[in-house]
Write a protein that binds this ligand. Structure first.
Ligand SMILES: Nc1nc2c(ncn2[C@@H]2O[C@H](COP(=O)(O)OP(=O)(O)OP(=O)(O)O)[C@@H](O)[C@H]2O)c(=O)[nH]1
Ligand SMILES: [Mg+2]
Length: 530
């Protein structure tokens, strides 16, 4: 029905306002027949219907915009591997657990990749460095020393601490050693042959995950994924890209998502049932892994591999060790990833992925948009369009990384990079009103490294002769990050700092609740509700 809220058409006005030249121009001819008149009225009615529907759309858009102004927009920032996507999974587990269930099986591909890739890296390192016996400790590793950084990163010690397996350089004069060396070479050669099916499997897995997109500088030959990768290769989309800004991807599958359309729901359930029915690639890789699992275990336990790791010829990250230890379970028939497996699975984020949750506040739901960004240097330019309307930031700095260097720039120490990045975030004018939270993450890995005797002062000379123990080390890092914040804090904004290990679900969920409350306190203040 046409309502009377709009002014009458120019034609009817023309009859009353005969002085209006436009009305005169558009006035129907005096000779208009009944048929022409009926057609004209129909055209006018149609034009009015279209105009009204545009008005209605604009009104709804205004309301959506007004409502979205009240939504919480939370950015997860930090360097690559700092734990942003893992924290996002913890949010998902807490506020939208069914969507994680929907994705559960698709994580197999990532987990398989997380096993296959390091196996191939170990084999490569064995080829390049042999059994690592006559190589200098860390000879290949470069150490950075950013002059601006308050922390000084010293050069690595020139001589390695002797390992129990080390030799005195007379290997070839000793027939017994010579024999055992050739035995171990034979063992490696046999393993290389038996593990060769993993090479073709690796490229199929990488292809599935990246959707065929190769990104340069992805570090260690890893693959990047965009949100929605879970359904890739199956012909369905889990996420609905809203493309509001360039480079913006969104994930909106599962219950609790505000802009979930009927279509999205159908996508998720169809995808889920198809993944459950059969994922050919996952089945094939599982069977290859199952037939190779004893060889993988043998490779992992080779003294030469331990030597290469000790001497840092090959760096295996947390997740590789986690999945190597679980290989029997992971390669068994009917394997379904556990939540812990999903939290440990590693895949690099590309661009910015938006996740939407309904978060309860005093009996009503507030919509949270969580933006999980790619942290590698080549990805950081994609963050900026999200800065101007950010409600809060969680900046993640992996403090266990004091002895590691950026994959994309092997001269830069990771803690140094985190500090520099944190400085940029603290001093960014677009972010000056955002609530600021700092997660000093991977404290479990830090504890383990210190327990094994890795010395902080070896990589950060300014650490000096402070005790190489968890508390003083963590306090030292807290002091440095706090100082960066204090020196770049024009607005007197509070910094909320947490020591975290975001793979620990119980501890992380309690921290998320704490962060949620502190963000809500600011949110309520800014909404003038308290
Ligand atoms: N042990 C341990 N592992 C962690 C922790 N946080 C993250 N990880 C692991 O570290 C790896 C990298 O974590 P991600 O969450 O993918 O890192 P990210 O910051 O999203 O990295 P980009 O997407 O490249 O920017 C994953 O395998 C995680 O399981 C932690 O606190 N402890
Ligand atoms: Mg990520």
């Amino acid at each position: 029905m046409i309502t009377a809220s709009r002014p009458p058409s120019v034609h009817s006005m023309a009859t009353t306002e005969s002085g209006d030249p436009l009305a005169i121009l558009l006035r129907p001819p005096a000779t208009e027949s009944d048929v022409d008149r009926a057609a004209r009225l129909m055209r006018e009615a149609e034009a009015k219907r279209i105009s009204d529907s545009i008005d209605e759309e604009l009104k709804q858009e205004r309301e959506r915009y007004k409502k979205s102004k009240q939504d919480v927009k939370l950015l997860l920032l930090g360097q690559a591997e700092s734990g942003k996507s893992t924290l996002q999974k913890q949010f998902q587990l807490m506020y939208n657990p069914t969507s994680l269930e929907d994705e559960r099986l698709s994580w197999r591909i990532v987990i398989f990749y997380n096993i296959v890739k390091p196996v191939l890296r170990i084999l490569d390192a064995l080829e390049v460095y042999g059994d690592g016996e006559d190589e200098d400790d860390m000879a290949s590793e470069k150490v950075s020393g950013s002059p601006e950084s308050r922390m000084r990163f010293g050069p690595p010690p020139s001589s390695p601490s002797p390992s129990p397996d080390s030799h005195d350089g007379h290997l070839l004069d000793n027939p017994v050693s010579s024999l055992s060396a050739s035995n171990s070479e034979n063992q490696v050669a046999t393993l290389r042959l038996r593990l060769s099916p993993l090479t073709s499997v690796e490229s199929s897995l990488a292809n599935r995950l990246s959707g065929g997109i190769a990104v340069s500088g992805s570090g260690k030959g890893s693959v990047y994924v965009r949100s929605g990768w879970q359904a890739r290769g199956l012909g369905f989309s889990l996420g609905k890209s809203r493309d509001r800004r360039k480079g913006r991807f969104s994930f909106s599958g599962g219950r609790g998502s505000i802009d979930k359309s009927r279509d999205d729901r159908d996508d998720v359930s169809i995808t889920h049932s198809i993944v459950e029915e059969k994922d050919q690639l996952a089945e094939e890789v599982a069977s290859v892994l199952s037939s190779c699992k004893d060889d993988v275990k043998e490779l992992w336990s080779l003294p030469a591999v331990k030597r290469l790791r000790d001497k840092r010829k090959v760096r295996l990250e947390e997740w590789a060790e986690y999945f190597f230890k679980s290989i029997d379970r992971v390669s068994s028939t009917g394997y379904v990833p556990t939540t812990d497996d999903i939290l440990h699975a590693r895949i690099q984020t590309m661009g910015v992925a938006e996740h939407v949750f309904d978060v309860p506040l005093h009996g009503r739901n507030v919509t949270w948009h969580l933006f999980d960004v790619g942290g590698a240097r080549g990805q950081r330019h994609t963050w900026v369009p999200y800065f101007d309307d950010a409600t809060a930031i969680i900046f993640m700095a992996p403090v266990s990384a004091f002895d590691q260097y950026l994959a994309e720039d092997p001269r830069t120490n990771r803690v140094d990079d985190s500090l520099q990045l944190f400085r940029q975030i603290c001093s960014n004018r677009l972010l000056k009103n955002a609530h600021l939270v700092l997660f000093l993450n991977k404290t479990d890995v830090l504890r383990e490294k210190l327990g094994k005797g890795t010395r902080v002062s070896k990589y950060i000379t300014s650490y000096g002769d402070r005790p190489n123990e968890f508390e003083p080390v963590v306090n030292y890092f807290v002091a440095h990050f706090t100082q960066v914040h204090t020196r770049n804090n024009e607005n007197n904004r509070v910094l909320y700092t947490h020591l975290t290990s975001v793979v620990d679900t119980k501890a992380t969920q309690s921290i998320i609740t704490n962060v949620r409350d502190s963000i809500f306190r600011d949110y309520l203040k800014s909404a003038a509700l308290v």
